[in-house]
Design a protein around this ligand. Structure first.
Ligand code: WT7
Length: 641
C-alpha cells in the first residue's frame, strides 16, 4: 500500500475515514509494513485512562522496515548523505546496503558487549553517521536508546543516565561545532562519577585529540567494532508495544521527564507523516537540519525517511560556519528537494541578508518546512520569497516530543497555506480547542487550549519510571483528551494557528525548558536565595530567558556583573549553555500571593518591557513589590536597550 496521498481531495477522503473508522484506517496503513506477526487489535485502552496501546499482538523489528525491506529494490541508493562540519572535509554517502551492514555490525558488537533487549543505552554524540548507526543498532537488538543532546552539561547527562538506569554510554572524544570543539568524553567522565549503572563507554574517535580512557570501562569504537567478528545480526523480535526509545524533555515542573515511545505505533506514524508532509518522491534529496538529540532528528532524520527508503541528509555543523550561507551552499551542493528547519534559524539567517541566499542555486527545492515554535509572519514571508522564490509550499509542522510525529501541517503542495498557521490536522489526528472549564470551543477565531481527542499511533505511552506523572501532565487535566500545553486558534476553514505554551515552559530557539528547572539551577549557585524565571519575546530566539533573582544581601552595582557570571556558571553546570539566562535582574522580593504563589503574569509583563496596567494585584501579599521591581527593571532596561 502506498503511504502517500497525492491530492487535496484524497486528503479530505482519508481524513474523514480516519475519524469515522480509525481502526480500519490505521490497520490498512499498518499493512504497508513488514511484521513477523500481524496485530490482533489496532488500538485499545482509553484516553480517560491514558493507557492506549497500538497494534497489540503485532511483532516486528523497525530496522527490517527501515533497512532490510529496501535492500532488494534500492540497496545501492543513498540512504544517508553526511555533510561534515568543515566543508573541506570528506563527505560520506552511505547506501542502504552499506547502512544495513554497518548497523548489523554495530548491533552484534553491542550484543557481544552484553547489551540485551530492554537495556537502556545513552547516546551522547556529535552528528556523525555513527550516531544514526548506533540508534538503529539499538533498535536492531531491542535495546532502548536514549539520545542526550551533546550540548547538555555533565549534571544534566548524569540526571538522565540515572533516571534511565542505563548500562552503556556511546560518545566521542570531541564534537566539532563550527570553529569550536566540545570535549564530550570529559563531560561523560564527569557525569559517570555519579552513575554506577554504567558498565561500558564506547568512544568514537572524531578529532583524535588526547582523551583519557579508563581501561576497564572505556573502549574505542573502532576496537569495539573490530572485536566483534560477527556482522550477522538477526533482528530482535519486538512486540508492537515494546519501548523503542526514551527521550528526555522539560515540563513545567521538576526535572526533565523521559518520554517513552514504543515500536509499532511510532514506526507507522513517523513513516506515514513523513511521506505525506514532505511529499517525498523517489530520488529526492531530503534535508532536516535538526540535531538527532531532539525528537525532530529521531522522527525526521532517521526513522521517517529511512522507513520510506528516502535519502536523508545529515549535517554535522551549524548554519553560520564557515559563514551564514552554509545552509544554502549545502542545498546547492546536493540539490536538496525538501528542506526542513526551525524559525529561529530562519530569523538569524534573515539577519545576514538575502545575498547569502541569492548567490546559491536553490532551484531543486520543492518543499520548505519549519518546526519548533510559532513562525512569525515576517520570517514566513522571507522564507517563502527569498528561499522558496514564492514557488515552494511552506509546511509549518506543529508537534511535540510527546506526539512522536507531525500532527498539524500542510501536506507539500496539496494543502492551502496561510502565514503563521500550521493549518489542518493530518489524517488520524483530531485536535480540538477547549476553554479552561474543558468545554469544546466551536466558534472560529477564539483562543483555546489545544487538546487531541482521539488516540494516534505515535502518542506518548508513559514517562519513564513515573506513569503517574504522565497521567497528571497529559491525560488528567481534561479527561478524555490529551492536553498539549499549547494555546491555539482555528479560523473559519479550520486552519489552526498555534500561539505558544500556556504552561511554565519556555521555548528558546526551539529548545524547551521548564521555568522550574532553570530556577532550580540558579538556586544552586550560592548567590541566589530564590528566583523566578519567565520568557520574553526575543527577535531571533523566539523567547529569551529573564531571571528575577533574590540574593541574601543586596549586591552593589559594581559587583553585579560578577554575581551574574556566577549565576550563569551555575545554570551551565546544571543544564548546559543552551539554558543560559539572557537577563538577570536582582530584586529584593518577588510578587507573591498570600498563598505564596508567584504571580508570573506580572513578571512576564515586566520582562517584556511593559511597565503598566498590571490588573488586579489585590491578592498580592505586598503590592508595593511590583513597583520596586518595575523601577529596578526600568533602570536595567534603559541601560541595555
Ligand atoms: C513545543 C514542542 C516537535 C519538534 C520540535 C519541538 C512548539 C513546535 C510548532 C509550530 C508553533 C510549535 C509548541 C510545542 N512548537 N512546533 N509549528 N508552531 N509552535 O519539540 O521540544 O517537544 O516542543 O514546541 O509549543 O508544544 P518539543
Amino acid at each position: 500500500m502506498e503511504l502517500r496521498i497525492d491530492t487535496f481531495k484524497s486528503y479530505q477522503t482519508a481524513y474523514l475515514k480516519s475519524i469515522e473508522s480509525p481502526q480500519l484506517f490505521w490497520s490498512e496503513i499498518a499493512s504497508a509494513f513488514e511484521w513477523f506477526a500481524p496485530h490482533q487489535q489496532t488500538f485499545n485502552g482509553s484516553m480517560e485512562e491514558g493507557n492506549i496501546r497500538w497494534f497489540d499482538g503485532g511483532k516486528l523489528n523497525i530496522t527490517i522496515n527501515a533497512l532490510d525491506r529496501h535492500l532488494e529494490s534500492k540497496g545501492n541508493d543513498p540512504a544517508i548523505i553526511w555533510e561534515p562540519n568543515d566543508p573541506d572535509d570528506l563527505n560520506e554517502t552511505i547506501s542502504y546496503k552499506q547502512l544495513h551492514q554497518r548497523v548489523c555490525a554495530f548491533g552484534s558488537a553491542l550484543r557481544s558487549c552484553g547489551i540485551e533487549k530492554g537495556d537502556r543505552v545513552i547516546l551522547y554524540m556529535p552528528m556523525t553517521p555513527e550516531l544514526a548507526i548506533a540508534v538503529l543498532a539499538c533498535a536492531r537488538i531491542g535495546a532502548v536508546h536514549s539520545v542526550v543532546f551533546a550540548g547538555f552539561s555533565a549534571q544534566a547527562l548524569a540526571d538522565r543516565i540515572q533516571d534511565a538506569q542505563a548500562k552503556m554510554v556511546i560518545t566521542a572524544d570531541e564534537s566539532r561545532r563550527g570553529g569550536k570543539t566540545i570535549p564530550l568524553k570529559s563531560v561523560v567522565d564527569a557525569a559517570l562519577t555519579s552513575c554506577p549503572s554504567i558498565e561500558k563507554v564506547i568512544v568514537q574517535r572524531v578529532t583524535g585529540s588526547a582523551c583519557p580512557m579508563e581501561s576497564e570501562r572505556d573502549i574505542w569504537m573502532h576496537e569495539f567494532l573490530a572485536a566483534s567478528k560477527d556482522s550477522n545480526c538477526p533482528p530482535e523480535i519486538m512486540e508492537a508495544e515494546d519501548p523503542l526509545f526514551i527521550l528526555y524533555t522539560s515540563g513545567s515542573t521538576g526535572k526533565p521527564k523521559g518520554v517513552v515511545h514504543t515500536t509499532g505505533g511510532y514506526m507507522v506514524y513517523t513513516a506515514y507523516s513523513f511521506a505525506n508532509v514532505f511529499q517525498y518522491e523517489p530520488g529526492d534529496i531530503y534535508w532536516c537540519t535538526a540535531d538527532i538529540g531532539w525528537i525532530t532528528g529521531h522522527s525526521y532524520i532517521i526513522y521517517g525517511p529511512l522507513l520510506n527508503g528516502a535519502t536523508t541528509l545529515m549535517f554535522e555543523g551549524i548554519p553560520t560556519y564557515p559563514d551564514a550561507s552554509r545552509f544554502w551552499a549545502v542545498c546547492e551542493k546536493y540539490r536538496v528537494n525538501q528542506f526542513y528547519t526551525a524559525p529561529t534559524a530562519i530569523r538569524s539567517l534573515m539577519a545576514s541578508g538575502r545575498k547569502c541566499v541569492e548567490k546559491h542555486d536553490l532551484s531543486a527545492l520543492k518543499v520548505l518546512g519549519t518546526v519548533g515554535e510559532p513562525i512569525n509572519e515576517e520570517a514566513w514571508h522571507w522564507y517563502n520569497e527569498v528561499v522558496g522564490k514564492s514557488n515552494c509550499p511552506i509546511v509549518d509542522t506543529w508537534w511535540q516530543t510527546e506526539t512522536g510525529g507531525i500532527m498539524i501541517s500542510g501536506l507539500g503542495n496539496l494543502s492551502p497555506t496561510k502565514p503563521a498557521h500550521a493549518g489542518l490536522p493530518l489524517p488520524g489526528i483530531d485536535p480540538v480547542l477547549l476553554d479552561p472549564e474543558g468545554n469544546e470551543i466551536t466558534q472560529p477565531n477564539i483562543e483555546g487550549l489545544l487538546c487531541i481527542r482521539s488516540p494516534w499511533p505515535s502518542m506518548i505511552r508513559t514517562t519513564y519510571g513515573d506513569h503517574e506523572r504522565c497521567l497528571s501532565t497529559y491525560f488528567r487535566p481534561f479527561p478524555g483528551y490529551y492536553f498539549t500545553g499549547d494555546g491555539a486558534r482555528k479560523d473559519e476553514l479550520g486552519m489552526i494557528r498555534v500561539i505558544g505554551r500556556v504552561d511554565d515552559v519556555i521555548n528558546v530557539s526551539g529548545h524547551r525548558f521548564g521555568t522550574a528547572e532553570i530556577e532550580s539551577a540558579i538556586n544552586q549557585s550560592e548567590m541566589a536565595v530564590e528566583s523566578a524565571v519567565v520568557g520574553f519575546d526575543h527577535e531571533i530566539k523566539g523567547q529569551g530567558i529573564h531571571a528575577f533573582v533574590i540574593t541574601e544581601e543586596p549586591i552593589p552595582l559594581h559587583d553585579q556583573g560578577a554575581a551574574r557570571a556566577r549565576i550563569i556558571d551555575s545554570v551551565e553546570r546544571e543544564i548546559g549553555k543552551i539554558a543560559r539566562p539572557d537577563r538577570i535582574q536582582f530584586v529584593a522580593a518577588l510578587p507573591k500571593t498570600r498563598s505564596g504563589k508567584i504571580m508570573r503574569r506580572i513578571l512576564r509583563k515586566v520582562a517584556n518591557g511593559d511597565f503598566d496596567g498590571f490588573g488586579d494585584t489585590s491578592t498580592l501579599l505586598d503590592p508595593s513589590v511590583v513597583e520596586s521591581i518595575v523601577n529596578n527593571a526600568k533602570s536595567l532596561w534603559f541601560a541595555t536597550n
